[in-house]
Design a protein around this ligand. Sequence first.
Ligand code: G3P
Length: 216
Amino acid sequence: MKFFIDTANLAQIREAAELGVLDGVTTNPSLMAKEGIRGREAIDQHYKTICEIVDGDISAEVLSINKDEIIEEGKKLAAIHPNIVVKVPMVKDGIKAIRWFTDNGIRTNCTLIFSAGQAILAAKAGASYVSPFIGRIDDTGWDGMELIGQISNIFSIQGYKTEILAASIRTSNHIVRAAELGADVCTCPLESILGLLKHPLTDLGLAKFLEDAKKM
Ligand code: G3P
């Protein structure tokens, strides 16, 4: 399973990249706004900078919701760097635009996936990735991970090439469950990635080794 970081924060992207396990980055308008990135020029420059830090797929989300505008915006985003993947929302015009991008060699990530039916539609349109939002499903009292398992089964039975990108990850355990259930990618906040390091027995064991090392 590939690890992406889900942020537009450059310090966090650098920190995750330094771990040596980072395969890509996802952003969205909320994450970009949180970093104070405003205006077309600043947005494009921010994506350029991220592409310089991480050599892997970088999802850049369109802000339009009708087909022609999504295509125009997506073409410009894709021209920023070969690693840019155009992130398109799961709406009817988004599916039409994904089909156009597929036919024109531009890779896409279909975002805001909350059902297996939506994932099938995006895969049929040729999306490179589908992004089911795990944490937001959990927030409503359903089990987001069930959706990862369901999409994983369907894609494997049907032979779809679209990769499953588990998104809206909130905990380190979400990452482990996504790996178990066959997600191809997990996009995570930095804290969830770093959380994978932690176990109290590791800390206790290390303290003992360091203590005994003094006697060597
Ligand atoms: O990858 C999608 C993600 O950014 C949404 O996460 O925590 O806002 O549900 P969250």
